[in-house]
Design a protein around this ligand. Structure first.
Ligand SMILES: [Zn+2]
Length: 178
């Protein structure tokens, strides 16, 4: 396996772990030349899963894209890269197992939200605020209220609610009561 950073062939496996109940193996590798670390996956080749968007457009499911959206939701949370990787693994294995050939973007979002809700309330709220596209402040606050206890348990800023509102709902979208 070539190093993705310096292209050297001189890499070694640090750790191998079976995931997806043994259907895949994840290996942590280190390059002996530049000492950078990277992860590889070995898995049975599966037919691609097609994601069907709300407007009917189809696209091939891409792990990278999923990872990107989850990383964005997890910023400023206490979730480590390793934990985030694990969430992506779980989502991926669930959709391959349950959905076989195709999944709607809605169903995919629900799978991600369920995993994030279990992992970190803040990451969940972030993801949901983008995914569910809350159009009213009331709707958004209701969702936060529901999670308030777990948010407090995580020791986040006391102004979290306000910060989230500023960060994730563009002012023009908020319907203010007069
Ligand atoms: Zn290297």
């Amino acid at each position: 396996m070539k190093c993705p950073f310096c292209n050297s062939d001189n890499t070694r496996v640090l750790e191998s772990r079976a995931i997806d109940e043994g259907a895949s193996i994840r290996r942590r590798r280190e390059c002996a030349d530049c000492t950078k670390r990277f992860t590889t996956y070995e898995r049975i080749e599966q037919s691609p899963i097609i994601v069907i968007k709300a407007n009917g457009d189809k696209e091939v499911f891409a792990r990278d894209k999923l990872l990107k959206s989850i990383v964005r939701a997890c910023s400023k949370t206490q979730l480590s890269t390793l934990v985030i990787d694990g969430i992506v693994d779980d989502v991926e294995s669930e959709i391959y197992k349950v959905y076989h050939r195709e999944i709607s973007s809605n169903e995919l979002g629900e799978v991600v939200m369920r995993r994030l809700k279990a992992a970190d309330a803040l990451a969940y709220i972030r993801y949901a605020s983008i995914f569910k596209n809350f159009t009213s402040l009331v709707e958004f606050i209701d969702e936060i209220k529901e999670l308030e206890d777990s948010l407090l348990g995580l020791n986040y800023s006391p102004n979290l609610k306000e910060e989230l509102i500023d960060e994730f709902i563009p002012p023009k979208k908020i319907k203010k009561k007069k």
